[in-house]
Design a protein around this ligand. Structure first.
Ligand code: ADP
Ligand code: MG
Length: 578
């Protein structure tokens, strides 16, 4: 048989293949364009559709526009104004960041972009010749903002065109996308037209966010649903939850948002669904509109082609927070009978301990004034609220100093706290508590790690394997001089695996007879433990302070060696004067 030879694909074909990943139908084009308009800070977004999107899709906004020199660049793959460094990628606050959408849309349609930066004299438009792929930039007329038009979508890619459904079906998908996006930003006016007729108009909400809920879900939903507003450990959950009587035979009204981003995430669906326990018969889906907010640094949205799924650094915490909050809301409304435990067995792998009592917060829905800065706006506001109200324990975080000290404020004094040491203290405390309850969770390593051990250690590993399991360590002996690490305690997933086990091996050799070997091994495992800590976001600092409060430490004290020290305003002024 002749060996097939490899050639590089022509650029147009390559981009059409890549486009298939994100842009699989007209509604996906609309979603990407809406994301871009939101990121541009628009207050008004018009969506005009012709023939269900088969013929034309156009999205027009009054956002910041694109600099004329950048218009051609905007269409190139991996060109974005939204991030430039690796650390930006770890903390994404914009909807877009891959710089692929416009390139993908332009690859499968007749593309026209018109944009004007408010201060500039004229607008510019860029069109692309669908045959040659060459682009033309010329002056145009429009007010500040951007319009992007994609016509004859998939005409040049018959394979994809075959999968397009009827105009009506495609249009219904678009309606659905616009609804969801409209519920992600209450402060933007959206207008959707089909064949020149206005189909829906969602006016920006001023004071009352429930106006949008009525526009999208109807009056009946609003009047029968529960309002939800909970906060715990740097996470916030707010929105509207329909009780059993608003449940549906389809999952079409499960609207969830994470930091203002539309998501369809199974973990969240599960957390909500299981709050109902068996009060909701199989085959029924709850209806809800819920916003989850948390530090973007503990989420990863770069895990799915259309970014509709999200990964959380601590999935269990998020799951349990949502679940506990909604159970509380349902219980308070008398919807859920909690004399029996309605919780479904947790199906998620173990992580940090469950949150049992999420705290309902008083303040009703805040208003988002700055589009595109959703989470930042909220943390900012929350910080101020906390300063006024949260004087328990070590107080409320004010700033991070040198990225390892937390400055917190309580009443008339400031607290300086060593973040690294506090994080480690909390972990040790939790491990010890879990150990005493025989509840240390294991985190199996994706790739088991091999490490050296001397023959005496290997023997001890065999002898004490039960005790090691109890402290969360699974080891397998592979020879007289080597062992493989299969699991470590889930709480220590950020620790260095090898040095963790090395401490345990040393601990094994110095075990005293007749003592409790498990707790001695736990002690040696954590004695010299170093965990890597994240950047100090304000949510992270707040949750650290809360966690510290839940340990055995007396946080009302002024000083705890190695962890914190307080300093009063008087003392600060003396320092300055001396
Ligand atoms: P991404 O959104 O991931 O950055 P896109 O391909 O969607 O990538 O857009 C590329 C760039 O074009 C964006 O980073 C942004 O600078 C610019 N852009 C796209 N749409 C708009 C718009 N409606 N208003 C202003 N700028 C836009
Ligand atoms: Mg984009």
């Amino acid at each position: 048989m002749e060996v097939p030879r490899i050639t590089e694909l022509p650029a147009t074909l390559a981009s059409q293949i890549a486009a298939g990943e994100v842009i699989e139908r007209p509604a996906a084009v609309v979603k990407e364009l809406l994301d871009n308009s939101i990121d541009s800070g628009a207050n008004n977004i018009d969506i005009d559709i012709v023939d269900g999107g088969h013929k034309r899709i156009s999205v027009s906004d009054d956002g910041h526009g694109i600099h004329p020199d950048d218009i051609e660049l905007a269409l190139r793959r991996h060109s974005t104004s939204k991030l430039s460094t690796q650390s930006d990628l770890d903390c994404i606050t914009s909807l877009g960041f891959r710089g692929e959408a416009l390139a993908s849309i332009a690859a499968v349609s007749r593309f026209l972009l018109t944009s004007r930066v408010a201060q500039s004299e004229s607008a510019w438009s860029l069109s692309i010749d669908p045959i040659s792929g060459s682009s033309t930039l010329k002056p145009a007329a429009r007010s500040g903002g951007t319009t992007i038009e994609a016509a004859n979508i998939f005409q040049s890619t018959p394979a994809r065109r075959k999968f397009m459904r009827s105009q009506r079906t495609e249009f219904l998908q678009i309606v659905e996308v616009v609804k969801r996006v409209a519920c992600s930003r209450f402060n933007i006016t959206f207008k959707l037209s089909h064949n020149n007729k206005i189909v829906s108009r969602y006016r920006a909400c001023q004071a009352d966010l429930s106006e949008r809920v009525v526009d999208v879900f109807g009056k009946q939903f609003l009047s029968k649903s529960l309002t939800v507003n909970y906060e715990s450990e740097g996470m916030k959950l707010w929105g509207w939850l329909g009780g059993g009587d608003l449940s549906r035979s389809q999952s079409d009204r499960q609207f969830c948002f994470v930091n203002g981003r539309v998501v369809r995430d199974k973990k969240i669906f599960h957390a909500v669904r299981s709050a109902f326990g068996d009060t909701l018969p199989t085959g029924r889906y709850p209806s809800y509109l819920l916003h989850l907010e948390l530090d973007p640094a503990v989420t990863d949205i770069n895990v799915h082609p259309t970014k509709s799924e999200i990964r959380f650094k601590n999935t269990r915490n998020v799951h349990d927070f949502i679940n506990a909050s909604l159970r509380d809301a349902l219980k308070a409304a008398g919807t859920l009978d909690l004399t029996v435990d309605n919780e479904l067995p947790g199906e998620l792998p173990g992580g940090a301990p469950a949150i049992h009592a999420a705290r309902p917060v008083q303040n009703r829905y805040f208003q988002v004034k700055e589009p595109g800065l959703f989470y930042q706006h909220i943390t900012h506001k929350k910080k101020q609220d906390d300063l006024l109200t949260n004087n328990a324990g070590l107080g409320a975080p004010v700033a991070a100093l040198g990225n390892w000290i937390v400055l917190a404020q309580r009443e008339h004094e400031y607290v300086l706290l060593n973040f690294q040491a506090a994080t480690e203290y909390i972990l040790k405390y939790r491990l010890k508590k879990d150990y005493l309850n025989k509840a240390i969770r294991h985190r199996p390593l994706l790739v088991p790690v091999e490490t050296e051990a001397n023959p005496a250690q290997v023997e001890l590993v065999e002898k004490y394997s039960g005790e090691l399991e109890e402290i969360g360590i699974s080891l397998r002996i592979i020879s007289a001089g080597a062992i493989v690490i299969k699991a470590i305690p889930a709480l220590l997933e950020d620790a260095d695996v090898k040095s963790l086990v090395r401490s345990v091996l040393i601990g094994l050799e110095s075990l005293r007879v007749n003592e409790n070997p498990g707790s001695e091994l736990l002690e040696s495992m954590t004695k010299n433990m170093r965990v890597s800590v994240d950047a100090l976001s304000s949510a992270r600092m707040q949750s650290l302070l809360n966690d510290l409060d839940r340990t055995d430490l007396d946080t009302t004290q002024k000083h705890h060696k190695g962890l914190w020290r307080t300093i009063s305003v008087d003392e600060i002024s003396k320092l300055i004067d001396s």
